[in-house]
Ligand binder design. Structure first.
Ligand code: CP
Ligand code: NVA
Length: 305
């Protein structure tokens, strides 16, 4: 039994295996086929934060695979005074075959996985968002073929998305560059963790967005204030303003793709011209969330595991 809590829970070889199942399922989906690989299986979605993409892509994907889903919002009492995470996780594991959890605090997902007797998938925490990063790299592959050797430039806050992409790029032999003010770059403990897990990885940090995007295959950004950071919004907006991804910045990389996990704050981290422009693949990324998660569910619950 396997969990996906952080991107490095998968090896490069396993990511290829998941992508292969995802691609096969995507082709069948496009041809109107919904192969019921997981009949009767049940997915629980335990969410402490809002979601459109993650919730719907998992629920729709599970339905295509012949299974079903149960959405558990805050009233279910996960990580609250109602009961312990250990009791919650042990009991939920008796009813369902797989759990997707979106938590306020990353440690809550770790605690859930530690007691669950079914696979737990991180559907976003303050620390990372592995499902989104997998879908992003799957999207990039569709455009460039082999991803190794390419550069992903992340411009903006060194947040959960930046950490996930840095780790995934490192795992798959891509160069990753974060352009952010020093206070928004990675913290020392994450840098040390990266070095330990991926000593050979090309992961760089700079304060210069132009240097970061030059020669990049992908320019990526995300909101300046993530869910849970609403009170810091004003300060973050003012600090990160010079890191907006706009037409002037994209002129330095006319062949790069533009990516964003969404939801976006148009006019803040990205302009309408870029997100709606010819380099943008944001809707394709969102669509690929479903294909990749179907591959992940089939791989995790299938005979391989
Ligand atoms: N990208 C993403 O995870 O979107 P949601 O917050 O809508 O799930
Ligand atoms: N960094 C964002 C990603 C949303 C998908 C957040 O955590 O709110």
């Amino acid at each position: 039994m396997r969990h996906l809590i952080v991107p490095e829970d998968l090896t490069a070889h396993e990511i290829e295996a998941v992508f292969a199942v995802s691609r096969d399922l995507e082709e069948k989906y496009d041809a109107g086929r919904r192969d019921a690989l997981l009949p009767g299986r049940v997915l629980a979605l335990v969410f402490e934060k809002p979601s459109l993409r993650t919730r719907v892509s998992f629920e729709a994907g599970m339905a295509h695979l012949g299974g079903s889903s149960i959405f558990l919002g805050e009233d279910a009492g996960f990580s609250s005074s109602r009961e312990s995470i250990a009791d919650f996780g042990r009991v939920l594991s008796e009813y369902v075959d797989v759990i997707v959890c979106r938590s306020k605090v990353h440690a809550s997902i770790e605690q859930l996985a530690a007691v669950a007797s079914v696979p737990v998938i991180n559907g976003l925490s303050d620390y990372c968002h592995p499902c989104q990063a997998l879908a992003d790299i799957y999207t990039l592959r569709r455009h460039v073929g082999r991803v190794a050797g390419h550069t992903l430039a992340f411009v903006g806050d060194g947040n959960n998305m930046a950490r996930s992409l840095a780790m995934l790029c490192g795992l798959l032999g891509m160069r990753f560059v974060l352009a952010a003010p020093r206070a928004y770059q990675f913290d020392e403990s994450f840098r040390q963790h990266l070095k330990k897990v991926l000593p050979e990885a090309e992961i760089e940090e700079t304060t210069d967005p132009v240097a970061a995007v030059t020669d990049a295959a992908v320019v990526y950004t995300d909101v300046w204030a993530s869910m849970g950071q609403e009170k810091e919004r004003q300060q973050r907006t003012s600090d990160l303003r010079p890191y907006q991804v706009n037409e002037a910045l994209m002129k330095h990389c006319p062949n790069a793709l533009f990516m964003h996990c969404l939801p976006a704050r148009r006019g803040e981290e990205v302009t309408d011209g870029v997100i709606d422009g010819p380099q943008s693949v944001v809707v394709e990324e969102a669509a690929n969330r479903m294909h990749v998660q179907k591959g992940l569910l089939a791989w995790l619950l299938g005979p391989q595991k």
